[in-house]
Ligand binder design. Sequence first.
Ligand code: PMP
Length: 291
Amino acid sequence: MTIYLDGKFVSEEDAKVSVFDHGLLYGDGVFEGIRVYGGKIFRLDAHLDRLFASAKAIMLPIPMTRQQLVEACSETCVRNKLQDGYIRLVVTRGVGCLGLNPFTCKNPTVCIIASTIELFSEEIYRNGVKLVTAGTIRTSPAAVSPAIKSLNYLNNILAKIEAINAGTVEALMLNAEGYVAECTGDNVFVVRGGRLATPPISAGALIGITRGVVFELAAKMGIAVSEPNLTRYDIMTADECFLTGTAAEIVPVASLDGRPIGSGKPGVLTLKLMSEFRKLTCSEGTPLTRS
Ligand code: PMP
């Protein structure tokens, strides 16, 4: 595998960062997970917009232009002969002194990995995922905004551990007020009476790119979408529920804390959105080019 690291393409063995990188020492950095379908990068502009916004929020100057990032992502895929897969674009604060001060880090580290990813099994796409509610509360937007896609994933990892300990793979995360925020690595939607609802970003959710795609698909299909505060009750009593994420795409939810949602099987609208989403990934994207 060939990795992009700070302007060079290096082998996996040589793709190493310093132990003084604040990305390692403090989780100080930002990242994106991006998909490639059929030799085209899906929603690259939206991912780069979010990367630059996350970086701005933590005062991290990305040492490359948008165009250079596009070319580096593209070239990493080409060098790895990746037509379908997943790009992980990471920008860390870089090497600095011990101690929190980020301004001792003069050169942010940029690395790009182009590989494959499979978050959930085939079985889950067929039958739906069983969610449990995590006891770990989603980070408050007043602490570190969950809208920042940062390298600090401990909050989500603690909830993921709860899911795994409970014998499943994904957990629902609530905010400090008890409203639904999102899952550990995906946004959450419910369907009720033919309409869609998903928590507002202010509830503590990432501004998911796939979430945005579902908004677009719903608009095209004439389906209303709202962003009210949702409780566990709203999920348990919904007609359908599904998760959205770049790696996961659209994942049907079968149950929450042992209560089947709707029929307990992937819902009609969920299946329709999954198929429309698939069509879109085949039809659009930024073509891979060699620079
Ligand atoms: N929430 C969290 C916490 C995430 O990490 C992700 C990305 N894996 C998402 C939501 C979904 O966002 P996107 O559709 O942009 O991948």
